[in-house]
Design a protein around this ligand. Structure first.
Ligand code: ADP
Length: 185
């Protein structure tokens, strides 16, 4: 019997991509014939990088990985999966806390669209890595060299410098506004 071609999508925010995500991608690559990393716009999460920037960062990291590609998507994951004719959704698991949330998500996706979710457990060293934690550590100037690729570290540094600068500028604008008020009264 001919082997079935299996196409998977790996949806997520990837804000930014971490070594934990990359670990799941490199394991997934061995299981599926095609793997599309789908970068979503989360309506609830506070985002540091635009979806286009996140796609760019991931594209640099997956060159040389056969069958793996990246693209942005909007809307429901199951609708995107149907458009791409994906057979499965891939998700990563770090801990029991993930299981509870991911289980609910996978059941819902199967109930509404009949699509299966495949889970890959991360390596132990990335069990505590999340993009949120990475953003927090980076904003406090911590060392992230074991948790994210060098290229991502560089972009994070640049972005935080810029946002720090913007925050300082807006604080000084507010100050001069109040100084104007004082001068005008
Ligand atoms: P989402 O907002 O969809 O949760 P994330 O970018 O946070 O997007 O995560 C995308 C997927 O990658 C999820 O399945 C998540 O559980 C998984 N993931 C995140 N960090 C890790 C990690 N360190 N190891 C393994 N899987 C991870």
């Amino acid at each position: 019997m001919a082997k079935k071609f299996v196409k998977a999508i790996f949806p997520g925010s990837f804000d930014p991509i971490t070594n934990g995500h990359l670990d799941v991608i490199s394991r997934g690559m061995k299981l599926f014939d095609e793997l599309i990393i789908a970068v979503g716009r989360s309506p609830v999460k506070n985002q540091l990088f635009t979806p286009e920037e996140r796609v760019e960062m991931i594209a640099e990291l997956i060159t040389g990985m056969p069958g793996v590609s990246v693209e942005p998507f909007e809307g429901l994951t199951v609708e995107y999966a149907a458009r791409k004719k994906a057979d499965v959704i891939l998700r990563g698991l770090r801990s029991l806390t993930d299981v509870q949330y991911e289980f609910q998500l996978a059941m819902t996706n199967r109930a509404v669209a009949g699509i299966e979710t495949v889970f890959i457990m991360t390596s132990e060293q990335y069990g505590f890595t999340s993009s949120t934690l990475i953003r927090e550590i980076a904003s406090l100037g911590g060392d992230l060299s074991n948790l994210i690729p060098k290229s991502v570290q560089k972009r994070l540094k640049q972005r935080l410098k810029k946002t720090g600068q913007e925050a300082r500028n807006s604080r000084s604008e507010t100050r001069s506004d109040s100084e104007d008020t004082i001068l005008n009264t």
